[in-house]
Design a binder for this molecule. Sequence first.
Ligand code: ATP
Ligand code: MG
Length: 413
Amino acid sequence: LKAHLIFTGTELLLGQIVNTNAQYLASKLAELGIDLYSMVTVGDNRGRIAEAIKAAQGKSELIIINGGLGPTEDDVTREALADALDLELKETPQALEVCTRYFKKRGLPMPEANRKLGLVPLGGMVLDNACGTAPGILLRHDDTIYVLLPGPPNELTAMFEKEVIPYLQKEGKLSSEIKSRVLKVVGLGEPVVEEKVKDLIGSSNPTLAPTVKMGEVHLRITAKSADPADNQAMLDEMEQKIRERLGDYIFGVDDCTLEEAVGRELKKLKYTIAMAESCTGGLLTHRLTNIPGSSGYVQLGAVTYANRWKTRLLHVGPEILAAHGAVSPETARAMAVGIRELTGADIAIGITGIAGPGGATETKPVGLVYIGLDYLGKVEVFKHQFVGERKTIKYLSSQAALTHLWQRLKQYK
Ligand code: ATP
Ligand code: MG
């Protein structure tokens, strides 16, 4: 299958936004074994979009046109397609339904301008939009498949994955199917992870590729086969091999987050948790409470930023603060123990550190963070030295706390 891409948007031509959709679609097509011959960008102009469509005709069997499906004046892609193919636009209930459903869900009236989202060139098929208002359109005409997809990246990716790929698959347009699975690792650095799976990284089908992401190592397994069942088997087999080597360092698969994995363990073990956070400003509690059902284990998250409150709420001794400072192993320990005593939680975490850019001293650089963990009375303190801007240090601190907790949950139960 040969493909051609057309991107619409004056913003793209003016350099106001980066064409990230081009990168997404190009890499997806490559994964699917579809040959992308060329791509062009045109402004929001009905005549020029129609011209670009005509120019691509006869050269590619798949022409994807991205952007300009919205309700505003400059959204003219569906009109341009109708012009290029000399087809009539017809109001289609199924298309309008995608849009009305969006507003109904939010309890809002649908603006009159959105009625035009119900227009589809004669013979076109409606593609559902799970994240926005504009339906996509797929039209087969003279041995060519035309696909109209929305501009907002989240809408584009959802529609491409949920509507377009399954359609191409069903129509037998894909020579092989690609499936991937990501195994997520914490507590081991990338070099160590790579060392453990070095021989597997050399495999060609399925392939295995490690990437590093904010304190996690992700191992992406990708299998390619004409038969979906083969893919499944290849993924399972590779996952099994990796699990034998990395065991509990793997906390989740695909979309699973570390906070979700930790939450699942806490729930399983029927443990409760409390956090006393200084430099993370509540980020750890925020991440844990992003998980539905976290009210079953999260007791309290206290942001004890000022020393006065570390003392008043957590009973961190003033002599500890005076002798060692707020950013010290002693304070981290006292914070964890203090919040555990205050709440009676099974597990407690105290975090204190220097997020920067100011606040560093000779002996305490920016990024120095101590994490205290009181696990059923067993108390440990972990020291970290992170590098990065303020937000990165806050995030990595919350990530490290979750990592230590994950490891102890797996180790002690
Ligand atoms: P809407 O219903 O939001 O108007 P649309 O289908 O009409 O969507 P556009 O108006 O072309 O799409 O683009 C909407 C927004 O989507 C743009 O402002 C831009 O932020 C983003 N966008 C559009 N095209 C691209 C692209 N190729 N790469 C990255 N972002 C894009
Ligand atoms: Mg628009």
